[in-house]
Ligand binder design. Structure first.
Ligand code: ADP
Ligand code: MG
Length: 134
């Protein structure tokens, strides 16, 4: 699909969220500034998260309280520079009880147990983005 504003991308996230159950992980790929966090924020709002939803800066992830489940939000962009690169790092975030979103999944993808959907977002100039969900 094509979106023309951050709100439309958030809405796409919200729509995907309605299909997720605990234990599901959604991979969100795309270059910097394409709207990965915007998409995840829309999904998190639909799942009942009320506080700030931002890419974590000093850790690979964070956990929010949602309506029916906890939501893990992981961003692996800086993983190569984080000490250890231990795949078990993800175990702190991805659990059978949580719904999870992973930005920049590439480097950690092999360690992700239950991928419910793969989202990729591309720039199309200005505020236009193309979002593929499979
Ligand atoms: P990422 O997590 O991929 O680095 P962010 O979601 O943090 O991206 O930032 C995307 C930026 O692009 C935001 O500043 C947002 O307002 C802007 N933007 C403009 N148009 C769109 C769009 N159609 N979808 C998502 N974000 C958009
Ligand atoms: Mg981000």
């Amino acid at each position: 699909m094509e979106t023309r504003s951050p709100e439309e991308t958030a809405q796409a996230g919200a729509e995907l969220a309605t299909r997720l159950v605990p234990g599901d992980t959604v991979l969100v790929a795309g270059e910097l500034g394409t709207g990965k966090t915007t998409f995840v924020r829309g999904a998190c709002r639909a799942l009942g998260v009320e506080g700030a939803v931002t890419s974590p800066t000093f850790t690979i992830g964070q956990v929010y309280g949602g309506r029916a489940a906890e939501i893990a939000h992981v961003d692996l962009y800086r993983l190569p520079t984080l000490a250890g690169e231990d795949p078990a790092l993800l175990d702190d975030y991805l659990t059978p009880e949580r719904i999870a979103f992973v930005e920049w999944p590439g480097i950690g993808e092999h360690a992700i147990p239950r991928v419910a959907a793969r989202v990729s977002i591309e720039h199309r100039g200005g505020d236009r983005r193309v979002i593929e969900i499979e």
